[in-house]
Write a protein that binds this ligand. Structure first.
Ligand SMILES: [Mg+2]
Length: 402
């Protein structure tokens, strides 16, 4: 069996034709990139890449020349061949990680189809038949709605400082039996001291984890938060490969790693990350915030086969077209997704639907939330925030009545 071609499918994620960008999610800026690896025997595999989809598409096209004529079943060897091929480009971080993820995912899809087995059965078999997921809420009402639909875990995310009162009100709304998480989203809206102050205030809210409390590039700041706050920490959604996640695990900086299935480097990289984490009694809760529906299937196959699963992030209703571009559609039940059982990944692209949404834009506008920035600095568009006044931005209004 030989690889004959790789086709890419780059699409704009919302809005639908006739609607303004404001009506779509992600301020009209998000792309999904799917690919299809074809072989001389007719079997094909599909995958999904994130990282910077429009740029990753070109990376996939560049790497295709290294794959034509190769046996798609030699998955690990081909991964290494491709990884070293990126060396001349500086190894390329999540762009390379995105390309490798989608390609490697598709190679597993081919192998599963050839052997008539779901991918999870080629990875050591399953621990479980369903994978727990969590949803996103920015209000007590939304959190209650998720719980009413069977979710048993809810995450609240912030741009700018963490609103502790909102976190507390969501905890009150869902009760003590629902897992609650807080994502501070990493950019240095908070200094280490801010993140520590916020974390200490939230210690009584029984959080499952406190995610990216400081900029993830700043591991020493993460260490400071780690040492000072008694809440499990989570990070790792922006890194690729085992070498990217290594310091988080080796330094025991987190309790939960969050590799992104579309840019971590592939299914095997995810499993190796899980094994590294397992040796430190760290769990894995893959990031899915920017992913489309193919990578979600890949995440399920990985998560079926590792012991240290926490749960999978679930973007369920970001854009109504999400469920038109693949088949079948995954539906959560009782806060979990069923494990696919068809050979390969168990998902197919609906190419006619994908073609309706050509990529038009792939860079986000900066957040419109002026509250995320120190007054007077909104127009500077800086990533590094030198100072946020705690009283107005971090909303440290709670005392210790919890
Ligand atoms: Mg996050």
């Amino acid at each position: 069996m030989k690889i004959t071609d790789i086709k890419t499918f780059l699409m704009q994620v919302g809005p639908r034709p006739g609607l303004s960008a404001a009506d779509g999610s992600f301020r009209g800026s998000r792309n999904w990139l799917f690919l299809k690896i074809e072989t001389d025997e007719g079997t094909y595999g599909i995958g999904e890449c994130s990282g910077w989809p429009r740029v990753v598409e070109r990376a996939v096209q560049d790497l295709t020349t290294a794959l034509i004529g190769e046996d798609p079943r030699d998955i690990d060897r081909l991964w290494h061949r491709l990884y070293i091929a990126t060396m001349g480009h500086g190894m390329t971080g999540t762009v390379g990680g995105g390309a490798l993820s989608g390609i490697e995912m598709a190679l597993w899809d081919i192998k599963g189809k050839v052997l008539g087995q779901p991918v999870w059965n080629l990875l050591g078999g399953r621990f479980r038949d369903t994978i727990p997921v969590y949803g996103h809420a920015k209000s007590p009402e939304r959190a209650r709605e998720l719980v009413s639909r069977g979710y048993s875990a809810v995450k609240v995310g912030f741009t700018g400082g963490v609103d502790i009162d909102l976190v507390a009100s969501i905890r009150d709304a869902v009760g003590g039996d629902v897992d609650l998480m807080v994502d501070a989203h990493g950019p240095s809206w908070m200094t280490a001291a801010d993140a520590i102050a916020v974390g200490r205030e939230m210690e009584q809210l029984d959080l499952l984890f406190y995610e990216d409390p400081v900029a993830p590039e700043n591991l020493d700041a993460l260490q400071r938060v780690r040492d000072a706050v008694d809440i499990p920490l989570a990070a790792g959604e922006r890194v690729s490969t085992i070498w990217g996640i290594r310091p988080y695990i080796e330094r025991d900086l987190v309790d939960v790693i969050q590799p992104d299935t579309g840019r971590a480097g592939g299914i095997t990289q995810m499993r190796k990350m899980a094994a590294m984490a397992e040796s430190h009694f760290i769990t894995m809760a893959p990031h899915s915030g920017s992913l489309g529906p193919v990578a979600e299937f890949a995440a399920l196959h990985v998560m079926a086969t590792i012991p240290n699963v926490l749960m999978l992030e679930r973007v369920e209703i970001d854009w109504e077209g999400r469920y038109d571009v693949v088949t079948p559609v995954l539906k959560s039940e009782n806060g979990a997704l069923p494990l696919p059982t068809a050979p390969g990944l168990g998902v197919e692209l609906v190419e006619d639907e994908i073609e309706k949404y050509p990529s038009s834009r792939n860079v986000s506008e900066m957040p419109k939330n002026e509250g995320a920035y120190e007054p007077g600095t909104f127009g500077e568009c800086v990533y590094f925030q030198p100072r946020l006044r705690r009283s107005s931005r971090l909303r440290l209004k709670r005392t210790t009545e919890y």
